[in-house]
Design a protein around this ligand. Structure first.
Ligand code: G6P
Length: 604
C-alpha cells in the first residue's frame, strides 16, 4: 500500500531530504509515483510530484532543494485513479492552502466529490484522496480552525485512511488522522516524524507513538495533540521505545534486502522462539478450550497457516487454515464463542485479515494474533498476541517472517503436545537450536541456487509439488518465484498433480519436489516418476542423505537429516527462497521491488 512520510524539524532545518529518505525506506509499501509538499517561511505550500521511483524523482524534480521545515510526502500504490503525475499525492484544495497525502480508500468519495463540485470546488484528479483537502477547505470557511474542520471532515469519510495534512492557515503544524490504515509518530531530539511504518524513521529514533483507529490531531514544535473521534477519554497516547535497531532496517552490505533477510533467518528464528517462550502463557489453555480452531491469513502468512494446520494435526489438534478474503463466506456461518481464531499477519495491518477477525469477534470467538509488529491493528483486536522477533522486513516478498511464523506455530504445537503426553523433547530442543542447521542450509545451497537460476531464467513455468508437511513449503516456494521472478509457478499437493497439471509437462518443464522422509515419502516418489517420465526436469529438496530421491532428480537441494517433521519448512524453504531470488536477479529484476505488489495491503 502507499507509504506516508512527514517531518517537522525542531531545528528549523529543511525537511525535504529527510522526507525523501523516509519515502525510500517506505518504498516497499508502493512505488508507482511519489510526491512531497513543504511549507516555506512565508507559509506558502509548494508541491512536487510525479510518476516513477523516489530516487529518480528526487533527482529529476529536485526534491532536496525544496525549502521548508515542515513537510509531507507519499509513495503511491494506485487504487483509485491511474498512475499519472496528477494522481500522485500530495493533493491540494482550490486555494492551494491545504495539502494532503493519504493511504487507504475513501469509499464514499464520489458522493462527497459531487457535493463539493456543486459548491464550486474544482477537482484536478480522479483520486479518492482529493476530496479530503477540498472537504477540509469547505469546513474551514465556517470553522476557521483546521483541527475542527478536519475532525468534521473525518466524520463524513467512509472507508480506510491514514493521512497527514499541512496548511498555510496554520503553517507550524502537521495534522494527521488514522482509521484502519496504519500511522505512527516518531520523536527524536531534532524532529518529529509521522509515517505509515516504523522503519521509515528508525535511523533517527526508536521512540514511537502508535496511533489507533479514530485518532486525529496535530504535531507542532511544542506539542503532540491526539484526540479520538469515538473515545472522548483519549487525551494522548503513550510513547514506547521499539526494540528494532537502525541496523536491522539497513541493507548491511547485501545487494538487496531480500537476500539480507534470507540470510538473517537463523538469527531471526532463534529470536522468535525465545520471544515465543516468554509469551506463550495461557495460549495452550486457549487451544484446549477451543471447540474449533481457524487460522486466518493472507499471502505468505496463509501458507504459514497451512503449515500450522498440518503441524497441529500431527498432535491431534483439529484446525483449518482459511484465506482471509474468503473467511466470511467459507466459515462465517459456523463461528461461535467457543471457537479460536488464530490471525497470522506479519504487518498486523492486512485489511482482509482484520475484516475476518472483526467478524469473528462479533460472533464472540476468541482471537489469538501472531504478528511481527508491536501495537499493530491485529494486536488491538486480539484477546492474546504473540509478537515475533523477525525484526523489520523490508523486502516486499516475505522470507524471514515466514520462518518466524512457522517457528511460532511449531512452538505452540510442540508445547501443546508436551502437555498432552507426546514425547517432543527432542523436537523442542532442535527448534531452540535450529540456527546452526539453518546456517548450514544457507551455506550448502547458495551456490547451487545461483547455478540453477541460469537454467530457470529462461523458463516461463514451474510446478512445486509437496505432500503433507511438505505442502506449505511448495506453496511458499512457488509464491516466491511468482512474486519476484515473474515465472508462472504453481504449487500442488503432489497427489493432485496427475489430475490436470501433468497435461502441461513436456521436456525440461521444471518440477520442484519437496520430499520428506515420512509417511508421504513413497507417494512423493510416485509423483516424481510420473513427472519425470513426461520429460519433467526434477529439482528435489531432500534430506542430505536421501540418496534414493537424489537418484530420481536432475538437480538437488539439501536440508539436514532428521527434518522430516513439523520443523521441515524452517530449513527446506531456504533453498526455494534463494533460487527465486537469484532467478529474479538473473532476469534483471529487482527482487525488493516486484511490480504491482505491496508489502502491506491495507485495502480489501
Ligand atoms: C501482501 C504481501 C505478502 C504478504 C501478504 C499478507 O500481499 O505482498 O508478502 O504475505 O500481504 O501480509 P501480512 O502482513 O498480513 O502477513
Amino acid at each position: 500500500m502507499c507509504g506516508i512520510g512527514a517531518c517537522l524539524s525542531l531545528l528549523n532545518d529543511n525537511v525535504a531530504p529527510k522526507i525523501v529518505k523516509m519515502l525510500m525506506n517506505l518504498e516497499y509499501r508502493g512505488y508507482d509515483s511519489a510526491g512531497i509538499a513543504v511549507i516555506d517561511s512565508l507559509g506558502k505550500i509548494h508541491v512536487k510530484k510525479g510518476v516513477g521511483r523516489i530516487h529518480n524523482l528526487a533527482e529529476t524534480l529536485r526534491f532536496n532543494e525544496m525549502e521548508g521545515h515542515i513537510g509531507i510526502g507519499h509513495t503511491r500504490w494506485a487504487t483509485h485513479g491511474s498512475v499519472t503525475d496528477y494522481n500522485a499525492h500530495p493533493h491540494i484544495d482550490c486555494g492551494n492552502n491545504i495539502a494532503v497525502v493519504h493511504n487507504g480508500i475513501i469509499e464514499n468519495y464520489t458522493d462527497i466529490r459531487e457535493r463539493l463540485i456543486s459548491l464550486g470546488h474544482e477537482f484536478k484528479t480522479q483520486t479518492d484522496t482529493e476530496v479530503i483537502p477540498h472537504l477540509v477547505e469547505e469546513k474551514y470557511k465556517e470553522k476557521k480552525s483546521i483541527l475542527e474542520s478536519l475532525r468534521e471532515a473525518l466524520t463524513e469519510l467512509r472507508g480506510a485512511y491514514a493521512l497527514v495534512l499541512i496548511t498555510s492557515h496554520e503553517p507550524d503544524k502537521i495534522f494527521f488522522a488514522r482509521f484502519f490504515s496504519p500511522l505512527v509518530i516518531g520523536i527524536s531530539n531534532n524532529d518529529i516524524y509521522i509515517a505509515s511504518d516504523i522503519p521509515a524513521f528508525l535511523q533517527w529514533t526508536r521512540r514511537v507513538i502508535i496511533l489507533q483507529d479514530g485518532d486525529y490531531g496535530f504535531v507542532s514544535a511544542d506539542k503532540i495533540y491526539i484526540r479520538n473521534l469515538y473515545d472522548p477519554a483519549v487525551k494522548g497516547r503513550e510513547i514506547i521505545t521499539v526494540e528494532w535497531t537502525k541496523e536491522m532496517a539497513a541493507k548491511g552490505g547485501y545487494r538487496h534486502y531480500m537476500l539480507k533477510e534470507i540470510h538473517e533467518q537463523p538469527e531471526s528464528v532463534k529470536r522468535t522462539v525465545r520471544m515465543a517462550s516468554k509469551q506463550i502463557g495461557d495460549v495452550i489453555n486457549l487451544i484446549e478450550k477451543a471447540n474449533y480452531i481457524y487460522f486466518v491469513a493472507a499471502g505468505t502468512s496463509y501458507y504459514a497457516s497451512v503449515h500450522g494446520q498440518y503441524a497441529f494435526a500431527k498432535y491431534g489438534i483439529r484446525s483449518r487454515a482459511v484465506i482471509a478474503s474468503e473467511f466470511l463466506e467459507e466459515v462465517g456461518a459456523f463461528l461461535d464463542k467457543d471457537d479460536l481464531i488464530i490471525g497470522v499477519s506479519q504487518s498486523g495491518e492486512t485489511a482482509d485479515t482484520l475484516k475476518a477477525i472483526r467478524f469473528a469477534k462479533k460472533k464472540g470467538s476468541k482471537i489469538l494474533a501472531i504478528t511481527n509488529v508491536v501495537g499493530s491493528a491485529i494486536t488491538r483486536l486480539a484477546d492474546r498476541s504473540i509478537i515475533m522477533g523477525a525484526g523489520p522486513e523490508i523486502g516486499v516478498a516475505a522470507t524471514k517472517t515466514f520462518t518466524s511464523q512457522v517457528a511460532t506455530l511449531d512452538y505452540i504445537a510442540l508445547n501443546w503436545a508436551r502437555t498432552h503426553g507426546f514425547d517432543v523433547d527432542l523436537l523442542i530442543s532442535k527448534l531452540l537450536n535450529i540456527d546452526k542447521d539453518m546456517e548450514w542450509v544457507l551455506e550448502v545451497n547458495e551456490e547451487k541456487a545461483i547455478k540453477l537460476s541460469e537454467v530457470l531464467k529462461e523458463k516461463n513455468n514451474a510446478y512445486y509439488l509437496g505432500r503433507g508437511l511438505g505442502l506449505s513449503i511448495a506453496l511458499e516456494g512457488a509464491l516466491k518465484m511468482k512474486e519476484i521472478a515473474y515465472i508462472h509457478a504453481e504449487a500442488y499437493p503432489a497427489g493432485e498433480s496427475k489430475h490436470g497439471p501433468i497435461a502441461l509437462v513436456t521436456e525440461g518443464f521444471p518440477i520442484f519436489s519437496v520430499v520428506l522422509r515420512d509417511e508421504t515419502y513413497h507417494r512423493m516418489h510416485i509423483a516424481i516418476e510420473e513427472m519425470s517420465s513426461r520429460g519433467g526436469f526434477i529439482i528435489s529438496v531432500t534430506e542430505k542423505n536421501d540418496s534414493d530421491t537424489i537418484k530420481l532428480s536432475d538437480f538437488n537441494f539439501c536440508a539436514p537429516d532428521n527434518y522430516s517433521n513439523i520443523l521441515a519448512p524452517l530449513v527446506y524453504v531456504i533453498p526455494l527462497q534463494l533460487v527465486a531470488y537469484y532467478t529474479a536477479v538473473k532476469r534483471g529484476l529487482n527482487p525488493d521491488r516486484p511490480r504491482n505488489l505491496a508489502k502491506s495491503v491495507t485495502v480489501e
